[in-house]
Design a protein around this ligand. Structure first.
Ligand code: ADP
Ligand code: ASP
Ligand code: MG
Length: 822
């Protein structure tokens, strides 16, 4: 004997019912089957809506009934043809007329009791099963339709009735032994029954709670000692998370009753939690199968899953939660407070979903469904009326807009560090945790979070615990100039490699130039981003962009600033405060006032975000990271000597007297080695900013004004426009020539050097001899010598190309990966 239950979507249309018929047709060839059906998809909701509309006195209930009628008649027609002999059309019409009469009564009286509502919603299951039964008949598959109300007995708690198992089991056994085991009975192997509905001792219709058809299946399976209970639905079994929330979910082939119960309790609908109880007691396995892909294995739920290594089985959440907090000094050490709290809630039939109490006993916090918030407040404040009046405890506090997030797995109890990992991952995404509960069974760790964070939180945990699940990184990039466009090209080119090697799926979701913005949550197609930006109708407003990034609340969001704009820097704090990492190629933030730099670093630390700016010094060279590694491991930076301007190095390497100084500078600009404004390089300001950043990273709180800048450029070259700057340099050619000749005559060469020595920093042009560490720097190379406690005599040297869009973009890319991996 098998019990098969088909959910609302499985019987949602004539086409779907054909699939059900096929599955059942095959099953009855082998086994005796009890088939339990839900109402056609959406029907229960529609019936409730009709009833409530009538109760409001709104005559729209009539047209709503017509919709239900049309839907059922259309399915009947499609399945059976116009000339069905079964009288099923009449049956449908009669039931719909019954619905009309009841609703007219509700409409007149403007009164809808739960008892009447049960009567109304029961029609959904009655109609669907009758139609399907007739379809079997039309195919020559003999079957008998049995009204579940005649065999499942409950109390009279309408809407959510409790089963009287003693009576129910007896009635089920009696009926089936009459029907199936009786050799005189004509039909022995297929009984079709409506799910969800039952009746009380007076024969009045009751229902088992929303989703209760699963329960009907389980009650039958247990009473009949079925070999299996099959729940047929629209997904191929239980998944590691709700498929509507997480994309890369995995199907769970086997799961224990306990785990399935925890998962479904916490929101995963797939099966209705009470379903497990009757079959668990009898050790009857449950198979979750997909009506639309019957060949898929599905999920087998049983007592033990042997040889299992999975620690976490699934992640789930429930929305619409209220948290009630009872607080007050009068609670400490006095027994009985929690008892009274729970008694008060229980008397009002408010179900408590989660409980936490701090060991100081100063507060107790319980989670309930949001719909009970006002009632809870009333009953609890009433219960503690006296204590509140004398100030021993505070009136009950209520917070709404919350959800419960739960990690489920039997094997969690054998592993340490799971909750640490869970909360670190959530913290890293800026998900605020309001309360935590872990049962001593350690099968479930639950946290209360804000509902707006649920999608991000479930996805984050899914990526964290299901390791072959790749991590989705969402990038917002501002700046599509020379470096920005190279970065986009590299991202596009490397994305498969990064996905395979590092399990990171990089996706650019926001992209802006100085004027316009494009946003696409699914990822912007980088092959034609220029066109997309120019066609975009969204102009760039940085504050709006920051708000958009925060509001979208995508996990692993990273903001990348590839501009040189002071305005963009203004949104860093807002982003870091939301745990969104900031990668800056832009040097303005790290070289602004120390207080500002420090604030950004502190925000990053406080909110577990990254604020990375490796390319601020030496483009893609690992200079800041090397410095950080040294200091983090306890070394102390005593001195830094550095050639940090690829531009100036290029200029002095190429200036040999054959061309004017000005034309060499122009070439550097044309080849993309200068800042957008080349005077920043030539004045030494850019080098000063870099040594400032290095000094700060080494732990010295210097300001720009502390850097001694021994400029070599005549003052007048720095006035006026960029064009004036080139003209003015032409005028000073003899001055530059003299600098060059003096050095040459002493067998020295010119280098623009930045130094930091025990807290003091300077930049300036120096003449160095051939033996100097910097003598052989060619082209646009940079070099940094770190003299530290460990590298006291011979410095640690980082050297290589220190300018150019390609290497800079590569450095930004490396920062992105660094931020994504943490
Ligand atoms: P039925 O109408 O067949 O009873 P339900 O709607 O009650 O179906 O349950 C199936 C739905 O449960 C799926 O369509 C899916 O969207 C949802 N669901 C939520 N969490 C999970 C999960 N962890 N695994 C599978 N499905 C889930
Ligand atoms: N039709 C009922 C509901 O929608 C019962 C079920 O489908 O399980 O809740
Ligand atoms: Mg269901």
């Amino acid at each position: 004997m098998k019990v098969l239950k088909f959910g609302g979507s499985s019987v949602g249309s004539a086409e779907n019912i054909e699939k059900v018929v096929e599955i059942v047709g095959k099953a009855v060839e082998k086994d005796t089957c009890a088939v339990v059906l839900s109402a056609m998809q959406g029907t229960t909701d529609a019936l409730i809506d009709v009833a409530k509309t009538a109760e409001r006195g709104d005559d729209a209930f009539r047209s709503k009934i017509r919709e239900i009628e049309t839907k059922h008649l259309a399915a009947t027609r499609k399945l059976l043809g116009e000339n069905s002999q079964d009288g099923v059309f009449d049956f449908v019409e009669n039931r719909i007329n019954e619905l009309r009469s009841i609703c007219e009564g509700v409409y007149l009286l403007r009164e809808l009791s739960l008892r009447t509502l049960d009567r109304i919603v029961s029609l959904g299951e009655i109609l669907s099963t009758k139609i399907v039964s007739a379809k079997f008949n039309s195919l020559g598959i003999e079957n008998v339709w049995k009204d579940s109300r005649q065999i499942i007995r409950t109390d009279s708690n309408y809407g959510f009735a409790a089963v009287d198992f003693a009576v129910t089991n007896k009635q089920i056994k009696n009926y089936f032994s009459e029907q199936i085991q009786n050799p005189k009975s004509k039909i022995q192997n297929l009984v079709i029954l409506p799910g969800f509905i039952a009746s009380d001792a007076d024969g009045i219709t009751t229902t088992l709670g929303r989703g209760g058809s699963d329960y009907t299946g389980a009650i039958l399976a247990a009473a009949l000692d079925a070999e299996v209970l099959e729940i047929w639905t629209d997904v191929s079994g239980m998944m590691t998370a709700d498929p509507r929330i997480v994309r890369n979910i995995r199907q769970i082939p086997r799961i224990t009753y306990r785990e399935a119960m925890e998962l479904s309790h916490f929101g995963a609908k797939v099966i209705y939690p009470p379903t497990i109880q009757p079959v668990l007691q009898k050790n009857i396995p449950i198979f979750i199968k997909n009506t639309f892909a019957p060949e898929d294995y599905g999920t087998l739920i049983e007592a033990e899953v042997l040889g299992e290594k999975e620690i976490i089985r699934g992640i789930t959440s429930i929305d619409k939660i209220s948290v009630l907090s009872l607080e007050g000094s009068g609670m400490v050490g006095i027994p009985g407070f929690s008892k009274r709290l729970f008694d008060a809630l229980s008397r009002a039939a408010i179900n408590v979903i989660l409980i936490t109490q701090s060991s100081s006993e100063h507060s107790i916090c319980v989670a309930v469904e949001e719909k009970f918030d006002a009632l809870a407040k009333t009953v609890v404040d009433k219960e503690f009326e006296y204590e509140i009046a004398v100030g021993r405890i505070d009136p009950l506090q209520i917070e709404n807009g919350l959800s419960i997030l739960a990690l489920v797995g039997d094997n969690m109890r054998n592993h340490t560090g799971i909750s640490g990992k869970m909360f670190a991952a959530l913290g890293g995404q800026g998900v605020n945790i309001r309360a935590i509960a872990q049962g001593s069974s350690e099968r479930n760790i639950s946290a209360i979070i804000e509902s707006k964070d649920v999608r991000k939180a479930v996805n984050t945990l899914h990526e964290e615990f299901f390791s072959d699940g790749k991590r989705q990184i969402n990038l917002f990039i501002v700046g599509v100039g020379t470096v920005g466009s190279k970065l986009l090209a590299q991202l596009e080119q490397q994305k498969d490699h990064i996905s395979e090697q590092m399990n990171l799926n990089l996706r650019v979701v926001g992209l802006a130039n100085s004027k316009k913005l494009v946003f696409d949550e699914e990822g912007i197609d980088l092959s034609n981003y220029k066109l997309q930006i120019s066609n975009s109708e969204q102009s760039l407003d940085l504050q709006n962009l920051a708000d958009l990034i925060i509001e979208k609340n995508l996990r692993n969001s990273i903001f990348v600033d590839v501009t040189a704009s002071g305005k963009v820097v203004g949104i860093y704090p807002k982003l870091l405060q939301k745990s969104i990492s900031v990668i800056a190629c832009n040097k303005i933030a790290a070289s602004s006032e120390y207080e500002n730099y420090q604030k950004l670093k502190d925000l990053a630390r406080e909110y577990s975000a990254n604020f990375l700016f490796e390319t601020n010094v030496g483009a893609g060279l690992p200079i800041i990271n090397t410095l950080n590694d040294l200091t983090r491991s306890g070394d102390k930076i005593n001195r830094i000597d550095a050639v940090l301007s690829g531009t100036l190095n290029f200029v002095f390497n190429n200036y040999d007297g054959s061309r004017t100084f000005s034309s060499v500078v122009k070439q550097a600009q044309d080849e993309g080695y200068t800042e957008p404004d080349p005077r920043l390089d030539l004045s030494g300001t850019d080098v000063a900013r870099k040594i400032l950043i290095l000094a700060r990273e080494a732990g010295f709180p210097l300001e720009m004004s502390d850097i001694e800048n021994k400029g070599f450029l005549p003052e007048s070259c720095l006035q006026g426009s960029v064009e004036d700057f080139y003209n003015e340099m032409e005028k000073y050619e003899s001055y530059f020539r003299e600098l060059l000749e003096t050095a040459k005559s002493n067998k020295l060469s010119l280098k623009y050097i930045a130094s930091f020595d025990h807290g003091k920093a300077s930049v300036g042009l120096q003449s160095i001899d051939a033996a100097h560490n910097f003598a052989n720097l060619s082209g646009k190379d940079n070099a940094v010598l770190f003299y530290t406690n460990r590298y006291a005599d011979l410095p640690l040297v980082v050297k290589g190309a220190g300018a150019g869009a390609d290497v800079t973009a590569a450095g930004v890319f490396a920062d992105i990966i660094r931020a994504a991996k943490i």
